[in-house]
Design a protein around this ligand. Sequence first.
Ligand SMILES: [Cu+2]
Length: 66
Amino acid sequence: MKTVIKVEGMSCNGCRMSVTNALLRVPGVKSAEVSLERKEAAVEHEASVSPAALKAAVDQAGFKAS
Ligand SMILES: [Cu+2]
């Protein structure tokens, strides 16, 4: 499954890596491609992973997911 979420608050490549790593730590996530320019994250994951869990991980990392 693939879910694309909007991510607010990223300003540099460090932010991008923080968001990427936060998403990769969610169990069931296979890959995460985060774009600074588009302010979004494309996440490849198993069906057991809910969009809410992905957004929560981003929020906990200090950013704003929607
Ligand atoms: Cu940054």
